[in-house]
Design a protein around this ligand. Structure first.
Ligand code: KIV
Length: 271
């Protein structure tokens, strides 16, 4: 982090204080320099370089294909634009599962090569050893429970998770385990609002939700979804703040028309 910038940076401690004060945490994804610069200037608290880049940037059906090198590329573009927000980078599928040594090595690459501020990984009990090992190198870790897209082929669908009592109980236990392992925050994805509120009440670290209701400490959305760039994805939890798909298409159509009709460039737009 640059010491010359005058802005007060959001740190994991800031987030903890926000939870204590009841101040809600805002989080959005970003994958490139230009968009990260805009959302950081807007005052977002956390920027997640999510492995959703696999879907929205690369056009893959799932988050599984994105590689550690590709995540580092996206993260290093984002980090150059950010002066205030805490930048969290997803550990991609295959870079940490089942091997805490590999989890640590992947996290070190993200911190060193992208100069990120922290990492995120999916799972509960099964990743606790990795969380502890990553933390032992001084790298802050965010957890992710509920709908964990890297396990889509185990779940089979993207439906709401932990609706049944047994899965809800397991999720609550996992949240406690991640907290005890030292995670600084946990993302809860697509679970019943009542359960998410219970987790946020029992757990002292910030709980940030996507499709997890309002009774928690913060909210996260995928930027391309909330800006309406992606029209194909319309889950109930998504609020669209713009219809950029149509705005951009309209602008491009006007440009094409101007080029074809020789309206662009005009006298003032040439040398
Ligand atoms: O990759 C991502 O964008 C995420 C969010 C959905 C939380 O993990």
């Amino acid at each position: 982090m640059s010491v010359n910038k005058k802005v007060t940076r959001v740190t994991t401690h800031t987030l903890q204080e926000m939870k204590i004060k009841g101040e809600k945490i805002s989080m959005l994804t970003a994958y490139d320099y230009s968009m990260a610069k805009i959302i950081d200037a807007a005052g977002i608290d956390i920027i997640l370089v999510g492995d959703s880049a696999s879907n929205v940037m690369a056009g893959n059906e799932t988050t599984l294909p994105i590689t550690l090198d590709q995540m580092i590329y996206h993260a290093s573009s984002v980090i150059k634009a950010v002066g205030r927000a805490l930048v969290v980078v997803d550990l991609p599928f295959g870079s940490y599962q089942g091997n805490s040594r590999e989890a640590l090595n992947s996290s070190i690459r993200i911190m060193k090569e992208a100069q990120a501020h922290s990492v995120k990984l999916e799972g509960g009990k099964e990743v606790v050893e990795s969380v502890a090992r990553i933390l032992s190198a001084g790298i802050p870790v965010m957890g992710h429970l509920g709908l964990t897209p890297q396990s889509i082929y185990k779940f089979g669908t993207y439906v709401v998770r932990a609706k049944e009592e047994e899965e809800a109980k397991r999720l609550l236990e996992d949240a406690h385990l991640l907290q005890e392992a030292g995670c600084f925050a946990i993302v809860l994805e697509k679970i019943p609002a009542k359960l998410a509120a219970r987790v946020a009440k029992e757990i002292t670290i910030p709980i940030i939700g996507i499709g997890a209701g309002s009774g928690i400490d913060g909210q996260v959305l995928v930027m391309h979804d909330m800006l309406g760039i992606n029209k194909d994805f319309s889950p109930r939890f998504l609020r669209r703040y713009l219809n950029l798909h149509d705005e951009i298409k309209g602008a491009v159509q006007r440009y094409i028309k101007d080029v074809k009709s020789l309206d662009f460039p005009n006298e003032k737009e040439q040398y």
